[in-house]
Ligand binder design. Structure first.
Ligand SMILES: Cc1cc2nc3c(=O)[nH]c(=O)nc-3n(C[C@H](O)[C@H](O)[C@H](O)COP(=O)(O)OP(=O)(O)OC[C@H]3O[C@@H](n4cnc5c(N)ncnc54)[C@H](O)[C@@H]3O)c2cc1C
Length: 271
């Protein structure tokens, strides 16, 4: 990962790859932060017959073509989960795990982003609730923490926390968790049972987009954009399923292209 890119794209499926290819064609440096292809909606599609130029293919097949196209495009592919986007003057700082990069514009292409948080998750984020064990684990050395999440990353984070001396409650069930506390979160409630902890790590594939970018406008199941795919935060654009229905490949690819052209224009106008 470089220190600085013209454009950082969050999500490396069809909307993100479409955006990356256009930004590269426009001469911009591009970093694409993405979870593995298996996490995308595209990968799960059994058979796609309505994407122009491809008579019929599985989502996995299209996904593999996109991944190799992205790898050879000149964009930097950064594996991992983007955790936050922070405005810093005219640019943005983007956190990926414990790493960090800067950019002039951001395109969110994160797929369907359900804004449903566990009760208490949003309220206590940064006050006992964390999305990143590598970033915040040391704060809980020798203490009891809960790791909520069933994926590989959650298991790895739980292992890491144990390795630095935390006592870890692994909460891997798909259940309704509730986070409670006073000034800081100190309890996870699941199935009517209360678990007292010092810290809580919530490890999901996606980060709620309104937590990813503070102040981002969201409504009716999607990030609010104008026709240029500009969000209400200047310099932040969005494309694909994350902007709402219809959830379709052709729409995602088209929006990725428009978002990229707008991001390039934004950068050129703000030099
Ligand atoms: C079962 C099924 C069948 C479908 N069939 C069709 C069909 O026949 N025709 C059709 O047109 N469409 C179909 N779709 C819809 C289509 O797959 C989606 O519209 C399309 O994949 C959306 O692309 P996207 O790039 O917006 O999001 P996605 O393909 O979902 O990709 C988003 C990527 O971003 C990653 N991401 C999210 N947050 C972060 C973060 N914070 N950091 C890093 N990475 C992140 C995700 O993990 C994911 O890998 C189907 C979908 C499903 C689930």
């Amino acid at each position: 990962m470089r220190e600085k890119y013209d454009v950082v794209i969050i999500g490396g499926s069809i909307a993100g790859v479409s955006a990356a290819l256009t930004c590269i064609n426009r001469g911009k440096s591009v970093g694409v932060i993405t979870n593995s292809a298996e996490t995308s909606s595209l990968y799960k599609a059994e058979k796609i017959t309505n994407y122009p130029g491809i008579p019929a293919a599985t989502g996995k097949e299209i996904s593999e073509i996109l991944s190799s196209q992205l790898l050879s495009s000149g964009a930097d592919v950064i594996s991992g989960r983007a955790l936050s986007v922070m405005p810093i003057g005219k640019s943005f700082g983007v956190a990926v795990g414990s790493d960090f990069c800067n950019c002039s514009a951001v395109i969110i292409a994160a797929g369907i982003t359900r804004e449903k948080l566990y009760p208490g998750e949003g309220e206590y984020l940064g006050r006992g609730v964390s999305y990143c064990a590598t970033c915040d684990g040391m704060l809980y050395r020798g203490k009891t923490v809960a790791v909520i999440g069933s994926g590989e990353e959650a298991a790895q984070d739980a292992d890491f926390l144990e390795s630095i001396g935390c006592s870890v409650l692994r909460m891997t069930k798909a259940a309704r968790y509730e986070i409670r506390g006073g000034l800081k979160a100190d309890t996870v409630v699941v199935g009517g049972e209360e678990h007292k902890v010092d810290g809580i790590f919530v490890i999901k594939d996606t980060v709620s987009v309104t937590k990813l970018v503070q102040g981002l406008a969201y409504s009716d199941g999607g990030i609010v954009t104008d026709r240029k795919m500009q969000t209400n935060v200047p310099g932040v654009f969005a494309a694909g399923d994350c902007t709402g229905k219809p959830y379709q490949l052709a729409k995602a690819a088209g929006e990725g292209n428009v978002a990229a052209l707008s991001a390039c224009e934004y950068i050129d106008n703000n030099k």
